[in-house]
Write a protein that binds this ligand. Structure first.
Ligand code: PMP
Length: 455
């Protein structure tokens, strides 16, 4: 047990804060890391300890923790016009400017944007849009949402229902009508002797079967992350989105790309859909959209869905939806700057240039016999720990191997994230080669230490 001084930051955190998504035994033993400031990819705690945050906060702080241009963009907008809504036919000029920019940088020839404060709310909003337009079009039964096991889409009641994680059972979720298909993880889900292409074909056939069973006219949409993030960094198997989209098109069901993590550079392209060469019907964006400098999410509808949505709104004369801070002018000004920094100041180029180095460094570390799989793309990677590499047997759950690895990394001044039996690395795009080497060194040392303890 940690025994911090009664009035310390750690003690006050434990007394006053409720922790979400936190491994409580670790916190009870180790206390809370209370963070005061950052520099580049580093954060500092109240004791002055410095950590390299190889997770960019929660995937989002891609420009690091002290980007002057982003802070200045926020300050300038706070001085000019510090807050407004987007209700009643009014919205800020920054909201208009960002909407135009988002449509222009989207893969769509035209489209429309709606704002939220988070990725969860963006997924929630998307589902409400589909329900709204299907009812307006005389198909009130078209409500079901298809996602995948292990997919992560958020924590509101709807987006948690889309999320394919068993932990949501503690809330009695998912709600009815949210169906989860097989996780597209070839290494874990592929059958003996099944090729990657055969695995893809099986998943497409499963989708087709579920649509036939449920009735295509009851399904509102299929939502997927191009690369599953919080599910453990799972890139799709060969040809996956092409095969899935062919099935969806045959049944007239929209494909929505949840780009909350992948969007704005994480895979080395602006959209994960571009990396995997498919054209979605809508995009969900958040996180990198503001480089983490303001809470914001967006639903970007492509031509078909925006036309249908506009027609439904024209008919009903109102879309009764929106958040007080939807399209917040400061958020929009920050997003405009973040998009400029990512696309025009070379941040995305650095992912493209750095990705082979990242892969090479992690491949060397993954030579350890207790690493079963290294997977990822761009600047999002996971190393999965196994007791036995040949049989892919995991470590006993009670050993909490990935938590131990992450805690050991933290001791060495490296933040990384345990996810299932994997450890995730998704650094800020500004990472220098020397900082990348520091990350490799600390990770390698932590892995060797933990594997020697649990062997
Ligand atoms: N979708 C995806 C793919 C995500 O990774 C996340 C957050 N990790 C969300 C949605 C939810 O976003 P938020 O936490 O901003 O609600």
């Amino acid at each position: 047990m940690n025994d911090h001084a009664p009035n310390s930051w750690e003690a006050r955190a434990a007394q006053y804060a409720l922790y979400g998504f936190t491994d409580l035994p670790s916190v009870r033993d180790r206390g809370t890391v209370v963070v005061t400031h950052g520099e580049g990819p580093y954060i500092f705690d109240t004791n002055g300890k410095k950590y390299l945050d190889s997770n960019s906060g929660l995937w989002n702080m891609v420009a690091g923790f002290d980007h002057k241009g982003l802070a200045e963009a926020a300050k300038a907008q706070y001085d000019r016009f510090p807050g407004y809504h987007a209700f009643f036919g009014r919205m800020s000029d920054q909201t208009v400017a960002l909407s135009e920019t988002l449509v222009n940088v989207s893969p769509f020839p035209r489209g429309k944007v709606f704002y939220t404060n988070s990725g969860s709310e963006a997924n929630d909003t998307l589902v409400k849009m589909l329900w709204f337009l299907n009812r307006a079009e005389g198909r009130p039964q078209a409500t079901k949402i298809l996602t995948r096991k292990n997919g992560y889409h958020g924590v509101t009641a709807v987006s948690a229902s889309m999320t394919g994680k068993p932990y949501n059972e503690v809330f009695g979720l998912p709600l009815d009508g949210f169906l989860h298909l097989t996780c597209p993880h070839y290494w874990r889900e592929g059958r003996d002797g099944e090729s990657e292409a055969e695995f893809t074909a099986r998943l497409a056939a499963e989708l087709d079967g579920v649509i036939d069973r449920e009735g295509a006219d009851t399904i509102a949409g299929f939502v997927a992350e191009p690369v599953m993030g919080a599910g453990g960094v799972i890139p799709p198997p060969e040809g996956y989105f092409q095969a899935v989209q062919a099935v969806l098109r045959r049944h007239g069901i929209p494909l929505i790309s949840d780009e909350v993590i992948c969007g704005f550079g994480r895979t080395g392209e602006i959209w994960g859909a571009l990396t995997y060469d498919f054209m979605p019907d809508a995009i969900i964006s958040s996180k990198n959209l503001t480089a983490g400098y303001f809470p914001m999410g967006a639903v970007i509808l492509g031509p078909d869905l925006s036309d249908r949505m506009q027609a439904a709104i024209d008919e009903i004369e109102e879309f009764p939806h929106g958040f007080t801070a939807s399209g917040h002018p400061v958020g929009c000004a920050v997003a405009l700057k973040a998009i400029d920094v990512i696309l025009n100041e070379g941040l995305m180029d650095r992912v493209r240039e750095g990705a082979p180095r990242m892969q090479a460094g992690l491949s060397e570390i993954a030579g350890h016999p207790n690493i079963g799989e290294l997977r990822g793309i761009g600047y999002m990677w996971a190393l999965e720990a196994v007791r036995d590499r040949d049989t892919k047997t995991p470590f006993e759950a009670a050993l909490s191997v990935s938590e131990r690895i992450a805690n050991t990394c933290t001791d060495h001044g490296l933040i990384c994230r345990p996810l299932g039996q994997s450890v995730v690395l998704c650094p800020p795009f500004i990472l220098t080669d020397a900082q990348m080497d520091e990350m490799f060194g600390k990770l390698d040392a932590a892995l060797k230490q933990v594997f020697s303890e649990v062997a």
